[in-house]
Design a protein around this ligand. Structure first.
Ligand SMILES: Cc1cc2nc3c(=O)[nH]c(=O)nc-3n(C[C@H](O)[C@H](O)[C@H](O)COP(=O)(O)O)c2cc1C
Length: 149
C-alpha cells in the first residue's frame, strides 16, 4: 500500500500538518507495511504552470513536440512526475489550512500541474470531459480559524 501525504501550510508546526500526520499514523497502524511518500507543497512549493507549459498544453501536437525536444520542456517533466506520484498512490492524505475561504495557492498550483487533457483528462464519445485517474480514497484534513459544518 502506498500513501501520498500532501501538506499545504507554509508553517512548519501547523495545525493542518498535525492533522494530516495523525491521519497517516492511523493508516500506518492499520497497514504497518505501507510506504509513505511526502509532497510538502507548503514548505517546498512547486512552480506554477509556466508559459511554455501552457503552450505545450494547447494541442496534442504541441505537447508531443515539446516532449520530443526535451522531456523537461515546458515543465512537462514536473507535471508528469506529480501525476505519477498520484498514480502510484493507493490513498491520498491532504493537510491544508483554509485561506480566504478556499485552499492555499500552492495546492491550486499542484492541481494545475496534475490535470492535463490527454493525460489525466479524457473525452467521452459524447464530448464530455472524463477523469482518467482511477478513483481512490482521499482524506482531507482542513484547519481553519472559523467553524464550518
Ligand atoms: C492568508 C490567510 C487566510 C485565512 N483565511 C481564513 C478563512 O477564510 N477562514 C478561516 O476560518 N480561517 C482563515 N485563516 C486562518 C487559518 O485557516 C487558521 O489559522 C489555520 O489553523 C491555519 O492552518 P495551519 O496551522 O495548518 O497553517 C486564514 C489564515 C491566513 C494566513
Amino acid at each position: 500500500m502506498n500513501i501520498l501525504h500532501i501538506d499545504c501550510s507554509a508553517r512548519a508546526g501547523s495545525h493542518s500538518r498535525a492533522l494530516s500526520n495523525a491521519m497517516v499514523q492511523k493508516l500506518l497502524a492499520r497497514h504497518p507495511h505501507a510506504e509513505v511518500l511526502r509532497r510538502d507543497l507548503g514548505l517546498e512549493p512547486i512552480p506554477h504552470a509556466e508559459a511554455a507549459y501552457a503552450a505545450a498544453l494547447a494541442t496534442p501536437a504541441a505537447m508531443a513536440a515539446a516532449q520530443a525536444a526535451n522531456p523537461a520542456n515546458g515543465g512537462v517533466q514536473l507535471s508528469e512526475s506529480l501525476i505519477q506520484e498520484v498514480e502510484a498512490a493507493d490513498v491520498l492524505v491532504i493537510g491544508t489550512p483554509m485561506n480566504n475561504f478556499t485552499l492555499p495557492s500552492v495546492f491550486k498550483a499542484w492541481i494545475d500541474q496534475l490535470l492535463r487533457v490527454g493525460r489525466t483528462i479524457g473525452m467521452s464519445a459524447g464530448g464530455e470531459k472524463v477523469g482518467l485517474l482511477a478513483d481512490r480514497p482521499v482524506y482531507v484534513g482542513i484547519a481553519s480559524r472559523g467553524v464550518f459544518s
